[in-house]
Design a protein around this ligand. Structure first.
Ligand SMILES: [Zn+2]
Ligand SMILES: [Zn+2]
Length: 126
């Protein structure tokens, strides 16, 4: 295996998100890409893509980090305050396109909100 250049590692990672709908955990990304990219490269590229407003991250079960594509975010304007849904049967995680109301808390400034809803996805319900 030759040396993979930076642009190629970005392309490889983005490919995963373009061929899969929904979110992908870091564990899965490492497994799928470890023949081409090492762990530190994967983390570095994910960080960069998140910083650029291409991906956003959140924590799933067991504190595992998940990434999903952003819709219309940029470096200066990350606005992924939507909840995420984790299926307790198949483990699939995706972004929920619903609005949530974050309550105003006196004397506190809110920087981020993370909501993980668990249940059965549309496939496992039937
Ligand atoms: Zn499911
Ligand atoms: Zn999301």
């Amino acid at each position: 295996m030759g040396i993979i250049r930076k642009t190629q590692s970005v392309a490889l990672l983005l490919d995963e998100f373009n061929t899969n709908s929904g979110a992908i955990s870091v564990t899965t990304l490492n497994k799928r890409l470890n023949s081409n990219l090492n762990k530190s490269t994967i983390y570095r590229v994910l960080d960069k893509l998140e910083d650029d407003g291409v991906l956003h991250s959140f924590l799933g079960d067991n504190g595992i980090k998940w990434y999903a594509k952003c819709e219309g975010c940029s470096h200066d304007n990350h606005k992924d305050i939507h909840p995420h849904f984790q299926c307790v049967v198949c483990g699939k995680v995706d972004c929920l396109n619903v609005d949530i109301v974050v309550p105003k808390i006196p004397n506190r400034e809110i920087n981020s909100t993370e909501i993980l809803i668990k249940g059965k996805c549309e496939t496992c319900l039937n």
